[in-house]
Design a protein around this ligand. Structure first.
Ligand code: 5GP
Ligand code: ZN
Length: 143
């Protein structure tokens, strides 16, 4: 057994509170409960981050998200919405390097979750965006 904490949870070597599992994923309650019902969905196969998924694993993992998200939402009438987050890399707040998707139920403005989207629309410049897009499109072509 490797020392990855989520591999150990998948193998039930570490106590966990599971809400769903099958041959592809395990979904368990996050230890921090940022908001009540905060759930992590992890592929059972160890992949460190989104960049390591192949198409087959991505299809299998992400197709299960709506089912689990809907069950969480329907479990509590106070849940008004949900943020779904997948952090990749330390700079993006990833702290456990076994890929996982956070399902964060939202209750009202006073729940303990927030996210900041900086607004740089005043700097909007089509030519600059086209240059950025071109580098991304090129990478998609060579993949
Ligand atoms: P990240 O920061 O990598 O996006 O999220 C990692 C998440 O894993 C954190 O929200 C943290 O609370 C959760 N976590 C870390 N260790 C454990 C654990 O042993 N059990 C559970 N259930 N959650 C954990
Ligand atoms: Zn792992």
């Amino acid at each position: 057994m490797n020392d990855c904490i989520f591999c150990q949870i998948v193998a039930n070597k570490i106590p966990n509170v599971t809400v769903y599992e099958d041959d592809v994923v395990k979904a368990f309650l996050d230890i921090t409960q940022v908001t009540p019902g905060h759930t992590l969905v992890v592929p059972k196969r160890h992949v460190p981050d989104i960049f390591a998924y192949d198409t087959e694993l991505a299809s299998a993992v992400f197709e299960r998200i709506p089912m689990i998200a809907t069950a969480i939402k329907n479990s509590n009438p106070d849940i008004k919405g949900m943020n779904i987050m997948n952090n990749n890399g330390e700079v993006a707040y990833q702290s456990v390097f076994h890929s996982h998707i956070h399902l964060l139920p939202r209750y009202d403005d006073a729940d303990d979750f927030s996210i900041h989207f900086g607004d740089h629309s005043a700097d909007y410049d089509t030519a600059k965006l086209e240059a950025v897009a071109e580098t991304i499109r090129h990478q998609l072509e060579v993949q």
